[in-house]
Design a protein around this ligand. Structure first.
Ligand code: NAG
Ligand code: NAG
Length: 391
């Protein structure tokens, strides 16, 4: 989102995502024609079970913003950027029996620095790099194939994911530093950036990687430490949080029980059974969500790894994976948009976070945010919540 100052002076917030721009006045009169170029494209209907991945987007790689296609809003000066991004490429959350994949997360360092809190001695005193060690005995001693190989925790940002955020940081630098002179070339004051992440490791690392290349080679004064703000997990607002808002569980149970969703599950049950037999997921825990199967398959797809096979030589196929993606997309669209309960669910699930962004805008307009120019929030799509079996 961009907060802009127009002449004549009014302030609007513009939401930019892909090529979609919508301007909404947050103070002063309507901006008039400036916002009429706005077009909303995200509400395209999704035909039942049969839709393609939207043009130009694949789950594995979103497109990057670019200085060459960035067009400034006429008669307006950029005042504040609020950037909300998802984490990059990650490892699977679900570990299947007989794992034969290898994931690497130790080829790129993030900036996990230790600073002394006392401002008079604020200099960096050392840096740490967290290293995941998959012990050599993994696969032996009764722990056979309990974890995949390599150097990653489950659900962690991979080296590929770090590079995605380096690239994003670099593209943002070309826009906000080089083209617009909006952000300074060298970061001299940490108050310019507000960085918030969920407590989830991959979202912290994504923001670190992004800022790491927005200000590459540490073009940051040596004593500038950028605070990484996180809320305690129990009151996190950047994703649906049933622990903080129990009504979310009721919403999910109602959505799952609906005739439309039950028809969908029934229709796709043979595929689910076949894939569970192939992957050795002999569990009834995840029969109301496609997200666990998706997690196993799409992470492999994004890395060109072969799909799982079972001991009878039956393997998941590319066609299976495409149908799983359709099913997961259906599930997601149903949950967030198409169910009669979606409006309440999204309000309860994400309204609080949007309220925080709105307050930040208002606080900025009122002159209460000091030197703030860039607010970065990094989040996962959802926590690990099957549609019905919510803890
Ligand atoms: C802290 O950093 C400043 C600026 O780089 C440097 O001049 C100073 O010597 C450093 N202090 C210590 C204790 O390392
Ligand atoms: C392998 O998967 C196929 C297809 O789901 C299934 O029919 C078969 O029983 C599975 N074999 C084993 C050993 O689980």
């Amino acid at each position: 989102m961009h907060v802009l100052r127009f002449s004549p002076p009014i302030v609007v917030a513009a939401i930019a995502g892909c090529s979609v721009v919508q301007a909404t006045p947050i103070s002063g009169p309507s901006p008039g024609p400036q916002s009429s170029a706005a077009q909303i494209t995200f509400n395209t209907p999704i035909p039942w079970y049969n839709f393609d991945v939207p043009h130009g987007y694949t789950y594995c790689q979103a497109s990057y913003p670019s200085a060459s296609t960035y067009t400034a809003v006429p008669n307006a000066e950029l005042e504040l950027v609020q950037l909300v991004v998802r984490h990059g490429d990650r490892t699977p959350n679900a570990i299947i029996p007989h794992e034969d994949t290898t994931w690497t997360c130790d080829g790129v360092d993030e900036d996990t620095y230790l600073h002394i809190a006392n401002p008079s001695a604020k200099n960096t005193t050392g840096s740490f790099k967290q290293v995941i060690e998959i012990p050599k005995w993994n696969g032996k001693f009764g722990f056979e194939n309990q974890f995949y190989k390599g150097s990653c925790e489950s659900g962690e940002l991979t080296d590929k994911g770090k590079f995605q955020h380096f690239q994003l940081g670099s593209q943002l630098r070309s826009i906000y530093v080089d083209k617009l002179n909006f952000l300074p070339k060298k970061l001299y004051d940490s108050d310019i950036i507000h960085f918030r992440s969920t407590y989830v490791w991959r979202t912290k690392n994504s923001g670190e990687s992004l800022i790491g290349n927005l200000y590459p080679g540490r073009s940051i004064e040596s004593n500038v430490a950028i605070p990484l703000h996180t809320y305690p997990q129990s009151i996190e607002t950047m994703h649906e949080n049933p622990a903080a808002c129990p009504k979310i569980k009721t919403n999910l149970a109602q959505m799952t029980a609906s005739a439309q969703y039950q028809n969908f599950l029934k229709d796709q049950a043979p595929l689910m059974k076949r894939l569970q037999d192939i992957m050795g997921m002999h569990t009834s825990d995840y029969t109301t969500t496609w997200y666990v199967i998706l997690d196993v398959l799409i992470t492999r797809k994004c890395h060109g790894f072969k799909y799982p096979c079972n001991s009878s030589g039956q393997c998941a196929t590319e066609d299976d994976v495409e149908q799983v993606i359709r099913n997961a997309n259906f599930e997601l669209a149903f949950k967030y948009r198409d169910s009669s309960i979606s409006p309440e669910y999204t309000r309860l699930g994400l309204g609080s976070f949007l309220g925080t962004l709105k307050e930040q805008m208002q606080s900025f307009v009122a002159g209460n945010t000091g030197k703030l120019k860039l607010s970065l929030s990094t989040r996962p799509t959802t926590p690990r919540l099957p549609l019905s079996s919510v803890p």
